[in-house]
Design a protein around this ligand. Structure first.
Ligand code: ATP
Length: 215
């Protein structure tokens, strides 16, 4: 069975994410996609992540509800420390070693693959799917060829351009604008109920987690 891993900060998860997961799944014939929200993403400053790991996890949980091929995994959220993708995929693969694993990422992030931890080892573990993002020129991946043994394990997939980013959503909320329909309905409800992203301070439904995350 072919399985996709979709890692991200998901701060918050939005329709751009849902569209690429759905379309990559269709293009590559994946049986399912596992979303893996990062607890403390190693590539981002802890202070730049606005919602708590638990809130971000619950938003993804709400987003995937009703799609039996989508699920969300707690492995990074529960780790309580930064985890690199190469480590995450090894843990997930151990649970289902007979499956064929694909790592879904935006093409802009894949173009930065040489800065990831152990990219060649990661490419031994998974096929890297570079989902195109608005404004991205696929020839920008060419420079990776010289730096990677396993360059041929990168597979670009053209997806419908959805010009939504988590940064744009957080900005709209700060400006008092609606983000309804930019995120799945359940995510919109969590954002509204918990008043996420409304102020400069991090907010969370679970205060205890917040401290852990910023440590
Ligand atoms: P931010 O704006 O805070 O950087 P983001 O919207 O890029 O967040 P992430 O959680 O960092 O969201 O993204 C997870 C993955 O999804 C990344 O690989 C990113 O490149 C990709 N991605 C995010 N939004 C889109 C989009 N609209 N189209 C295609 N890929 C996307």
């Amino acid at each position: 069975m072919k399985v996709g891993i979709f890692g991200g900060t998901f701060d918050p998860v939005h329709m751009g994410h849902m569209v690429i997961a759905e379309q990559v799944m269709g293009e590559l014939g994946l049986a399912r996609v596992v979303y893996v929200p990062g607890g403390i993403p190693p590539h981002k400053e802890a202070s730049s992540v606005r919602a708590s790991a638990e809130d971000r996890f619950e938003m993804v949980e709400a987003a995937v509800e009703g799609n039996e091929r989508f699920s969300v995994d707690r492995v990074e959220v529960d780790a309580g420390r930064p985890m690199y993708s190469v480590e995450t995929v090894q843990i997930l693969k151990e649970r289902a070693p007979d499956d064929e694993w694909f790592f879904i990422s935006g093409a802009d992030e894949v173009s930065n693959l040489l800065a990831w931890k152990d990219p060649d080892r990661l490419l031994e573990e998974v096929v890297m799917v570079a989902a195109t993002r608005p404004g991205f020129d696929l020839s920008k991946l060419g420079h990776l060829e010289a730096g990677l043994r396993n360059f041929d394990r990168i597979f670009p997939v053209e997806c419908t351009r959805v010009d939504i980013s988590a940064t744009g959503i957080r900005r709209r909320i700060l400006q008092g604008k609606s983000v309804r329909y930019l995120v799945p309905e359940g995510v919109y409800r969590i954002i509204s109920d918990r008043r996420l992203y409304e102020g400069d301070e991090k907010r969370s439904g679970q205060g205890g987690r917040l401290k852990e995350e910023t440590r």
